[in-house]
Design a protein around this ligand. Structure first.
Ligand SMILES: Cc1cc2nc3c(=O)[nH]c(=O)nc-3n(C[C@H](O)[C@H](O)[C@H](O)COP(=O)(O)OP(=O)(O)OC[C@H]3O[C@@H](n4cnc5c(N)ncnc54)[C@H](O)[C@@H]3O)c2cc1C
Length: 457
């Protein structure tokens, strides 16, 4: 233990402080600013987008209902897709079908995904943030939060200049890891409540240089032969099994997710897997990133050797941050469960609608569970409100839900939607003189719908 005391010179004040500029923080900041709040958005990265940009994760998973018939995530998410497509860096989900290179030849829950270029997405996100009037600060790492009773009174962060204090009427925790809530001493739990296990981490990368005709030709051939289409049975599983029969166990994964980008023959690769990682611990995360890089080399070697069209494959880039599926969940006013999702439970305070499958990557092994939802489900506002605090909201993957439920709502279209709901709530709270936790629900829902969000009953 070491005691250290210092006066913080740099103090910033605003109406709404959004911590974390990932999909959730982006949605929250744009929504809060458009609804009249003075918004400051801070992130430890040097770009907005979180996993979507620095993490190279993509495509955006489906924003349609489970039948692939109707788009059920719109609002800021849809505007982002349209504008990124106009900038030449995305294909709108309405034009993308399952069983194609864009969906890695999967179909279940993979119809109407949104392929995008991470670098174009970051530019468009920045444009939307600045046009909305958000003040953005990068390379700011939150390392403490102050709380008096049921209110957060400040957030301490490290900047290049040293420590700074950020003060706001309302705070929105979009760190993915619920860092603000945890630093403020609010109740959170890690991973699966029953055993603390968390879904594995992965390091994404982008590859190119394939002989596309041969690479895609093989996938098409197998699609026509009915060998593709369900998770864990993509084309390359076959090659992995063949290699193992010949005694080559280089690759210990059973599948390779390869999603083509809007630029032909450039692919986002989702294949590395690191289990037992607690990404809220610096050394765990460091080890996992290094292991991810080691696995990427193995995957590239494997593909060069076994996958048709890949002898000339090149590594374009590796994500600069670890891909983290799960860490903390806040203890909120309501915990969304997988039963709520599967039974389409009705919530009077529903603020968004979603339908991606419950996609559980085994915390310890290579397998997983993939359960399609029943048409769609909704997420109640209470999952975003910490039980013991009135001026903090959470959005994105750390909202209050069971580990299994999070295996669906953690994907990016839904994170942008919960972000939009939290940002709108924070702005309305400021306008009506209420705490964000007690915002008028009917007004919140009406405002969201007027601004393009889809809320089904
Ligand atoms: C391997 C993997 C594959 C996935 N595949 C898909 C997919 O194909 N499609 C899909 O739609 N979703 C996918 N997801 C899910 C999705 O990417 C994440 O769940 C989603 O990005 C979470 O959004 P978020 O805004 O809550 O958090 P994040 O995207 O993690 O953003 C959090 C932001 O907060 C910042 N931050 C964190 N802590 C601090 C701090 N203390 N101080 C300052 N800033 C901080 C980070 O820098 C980051 O910018 C995948 C996730 C992983 C890990």
């Amino acid at each position: 233990m070491y005691h250290y005391q210092k006066e913080i010179q740099d103090v910033f004040t605003c109406g709404v402080l959004v911590v974390g500029a990932g999909p959730a923080g982006f949605g929250a900041a744009v929504a809060a600013a458009r609804n009249g709040a003075s918004v400051l958005l801070i992130d430890r990265n040097a770009m907005p987008g979180g996993m979507a940009t620095a993490g190279l994760v993509g495509p955006f998973m489906t924003c349609y209902d489970d039948d692939g018939q109707e788009q059920i995530v719109k609002g800021i998410f849809d505007e982002l897709c349209v504008r990124t497509e106009q900038a030449g860096g995305a294909i709108h989900p309405s034009k993308v079908e399952g069983m194609t290179p864009y969906s890695s030849y999967y179909i279940r829950s993979h119809r109407h995904v949104t392929p995008f270029l991470s670098e174009t997405l970051a530019v468009v996100m920045e444009e939307m943030l600045l046009q909305a009037g958000v003040r953005v600060m990068y390379q700011v790492q939150v390392c403490d939060a102050l709380r008096e009773g049921r209110r957060i009174t400040g957030v301490v962060a490290a900047r290049k200049e040293g420590l700074a204090l950020f003060r706001a009427d309302t705070y929105i925790d979009c760190t993915g890891d619920a860092d603000v809530a945890a630093f403020a001493g609010l109740a959170c739990w890690m991973g699966d409540r029953r055993n603390g296990l968390m879904q594995p981490a992965s390091l994404f990368f982008e590859a190119g240089g394939m002989d596309r005709e041969q690479f895609v030709g093989e996938l098409e051939r197998r699609r026509e032969a009915g060998e593709l289409g369900i998770p864990s049975h993509n084309c390359w599983s076959w090659y992995i099994r063949e290699a193992r029969k010949n005694g080559d166990w280089t690759l210990d994964r059973d599948e390779i997710g390869n999603y083509e980008l809007p630029v032909p023959n450039r692919w986002k690769m989702n294949v590395t897997r690191m289990s037992g990682v607690d990404a809220t611990k610096t050394e765990d995360a460091t080890r996992a990133v290094m292991e991810g890089r080691r696995q990427i080399r193995q995957v590239m070697d494997f593909m060069r050797k076994y996958v048709p069209g890949c002898s000339g494959i090149e590594l374009i880039q590796t994500a600069s941050v670890l891909g983290v599926r799960e860490t903390r969940h806040i203890e909120g006013r309501y915990e969304l469960t997988v039963e709520d999702i599967m039974r389409q439970k009705h919530f009077d305070d529903a603020v968004c609608t979603f339908a991606y499958a419950v996609d559980i990557h085994d915390a310890e092994g290579d397998g997983g569970v993939f359960k399609e939802v029943n048409h769609y489900y909704t997420i109640p506002f209470r999952t975003m409100v910490p039980a013991e605090c009135d001026n903090l909201l959470a959005a994105g993957r750390s909202i209050c839900g069971s580990s299994e439920a999070a295996a669906s709502y953690r994907v990016m279209p839904c994170c942008i939607a919960t972000g939009q709901a939290a940002g709108t709530a924070a702005a309305l709270a400021g306008k009506t003189g209420r705490e964000a936790a007690d915002v008028e629900i009917d007004l919140l829902r009406e405002t969201l719908v007027q601004q393009g969000a889809v809320i089904r009953d």
